[in-house]
Design a protein. Sequence first.
Length: 118
Amino acid sequence: VQLQASGGGLVQAGGSLTLSCAASGSIVSDSDMGWYRQAPGKERELVAGITSGGSTNYAYSVKGRFTISRDNAKNTVYLQMSSLKPEDTAVYYCNMKGEHAMLGYEYWGQGTQVTVSS
């Protein structure tokens, strides 16, 4: 299984970006997907998650500004980010986890840099 994240870049405060995470493998539709981020000197934190059934959850700091979605036909999860703030600057990672044949699994993408300038 491979997760390929893309869509990061440099944006001014108040701007928008959409991240994409394309996943390979037949277990994608049965998996919970998420976006995490890690800023320099800080621990990795959950930004948004979406279950295999489509339920979503968000970090308090991004509620109302970010939207996570998934397209199972394309094996892709998205993170639409708007009203970006300098404190959103971080490397963003996509994550996939679940259970198959009674065995848990978890995979990470390579990360994509998001930089928000003030």
